[in-house]
Design a protein around this ligand. Sequence first.
Ligand code: NDP
Length: 295
Amino acid sequence: MSEATIIDGKAIAADLRKKVGEAAAKLKSQHGITPGLAVILVGEDPASQVYVRNKGRQTVKAGMQSFEHRLPEETGEADLIALITVLNGNDEVHGILVQLPLPGHIREDRIIEAIDPMKDVDGFHPINVGRLAAGQAVLKPCTPLGCIILAKTVNPDLAGLNAVVVGRSNIVGKPVAQLLLDENATVTIAHSKTRDLALLTKTADILVAAVGRPEMIKGDWVKPGATVIDVGINRIDDGSERGRLVGDVDFDAARKIAGAITPVPGGVGPMTIACLLRNSLIAACIQANIDIPEI
Ligand code: NDP
């Protein structure tokens, strides 16, 4: 049996970043606007520090302005909201992202609600969540949007396909299901209480795994020829110092059955920042009342 096409998220993300960079250059030359993205990091979480550094680097590479705010772990909710309020009023800042997770003493929902919905480039503000549910989203959540872009590289028309999303978190599972519905797929959302999960996943033409359990989805859970989008990022102990990154899907087994599959790393992961830059550009256009370019 032939092996699945490996969906090269790294290359697709690089292409998207390039297109965003070109659109940003045009925005600057035609309208004098440089999109600006502010990222706020509270505390010292090492993984978050890497993400924030990468986001800043890619933002600048795309010709946009990057504003970084690193706050100490003990920062209070009121101080964080005060900073967000200042950024909401800063015309050079078109997108605001608060790196999650936040320290336990800060209520994430309060913080997300403090962001101006027009600057909410993560798409997590209740207004943007509502717009997404109504099929009217402009700022779509980054990782879910990345999943759709990757799936469409293999299936440009998702209409009528059976899609199964494993996971129902607010940041991945639910929004990816909504975006699939917008694409006219027939969508089922599975979670920890789902019965006969393997039977269900076997019905999926498009299978999205967003669980956070290393290699939980086995090869024989996959429908022959299906497109598998693996969102999971799990570090497992392989005896080396840093361990090894694996997805939620048993990649080596699934690639023998699937028609196409995303690898981990190098699949969905790189799409998140690329979609964040895209949202920052879109946010700048919305705020300046300029038509959003096709990217
Ligand atoms: P959450 O822990 O918030 O959600 C996990 C979901 O999986 C829950 O809905 C849970 O069900 C479900 N689940 C857990 N166990 C099972 C099971 N045995 N069978 C079926 N469903 C199960 O995770 P996230 O959505 O935040 O993240 C998922 C994965 O994606 C993680 O590995 C994370 O690291 C990765 N990720 C990657 C990103 C990127 O590529 N840039 C961005 C964000 C996340 P229930 O609701 O019933 O508890």
